[in-house]
Ligand binder design. Sequence first.
Ligand code: AHR
Length: 334
Amino acid sequence: MGKMRTQSAPWRAAAVLASVLLVGGVAACGNSDTGGGGTKDDGKITMGFSQVGAESGWRTANTTSIKESAAAAGVELKFDDAQQKQENQIKAIRNYIQQKVDVIAFSPVVESGWDTVLKEAKDAKIPVILTDRSVDSADKTLYKTFLGSDFVKEGKLAGEWLVEQKKSATGTVNIVELQGNTGAAPANDRKKGFGEAIAANPNLKIIASQPGDFTRAGGKQVMEQFLKANPKIDVLFAHNDDMGLGALEAITAAGKVPGKDITIITVDAVKDGMQALADGKFNFIAECSPLLGPQLMDLAKKVHAGEEVPPRIETEETTFTTEQAKEALPNRKY
Ligand code: AHR
């Protein structure tokens, strides 16, 4: 012990130098050249994830799925909530590039305006995975794959159900539409799919269509305006359950019976939406699954390892009527 304390100055300097070199060496070894260099010596890959926000029950379930799956897959997750703002997502992605994460994944709040930041990620050799929502970039090499739903199909399924329900309707069927946030892929695509499905039936008429930003508050507020401006509303198509749930309050407050006076069709099939459907307040839901985490982690590992992955992976989904919702509700996880 005494000897240790009385080491000579040159010996102490050599020991310090050796430990600095050792630490530096370990840090350098931790860098990976397939990704941005974030892989550590514990073999974990690092994912930077930029989430849209926390606007809906769907989004909460999606965030939970991603966090739980990352932990289960041994992926170190850096998570950012963009609060529905594109500029926050761009900032988060630039941060992840600076931090040299191995993989960047994000759910783009809107479809357009990503080329510059995606090019920056590509130049830094960090693979990008789009999840839930896509971008409209012409250059498909800016990202490795897009994992998520077919939103056009969801809108189409909603429209086809309505066409079938109203096939013997005589007069005009007045439809109001609650859209998601302006410029978002699910808002654009669900509108498109629904419009196409009802197009051949001129008596099915969309009399008003406004964004409710995928939130309950937005759905309630816009539905109040719809009800004030339009004395006869027969159908509501809401681009998600949350806006439909908000609209229920406005409809009830206006003295109408949701699900009877006004037929309500939504998208998602989260628990609260399924409960409204089982209770007969909603009439039909096209499912959109938020449980993307396990597939996302799998893809992250593959792209990091330099493996080829399909450019598009579509989520499997179904639709629900009241009877089907009653059956599915007890086992609904989110
Ligand atoms: O992108 C998926 C959509 O975003 C969900 O339908 C909606 O609930 C969410 O906010």
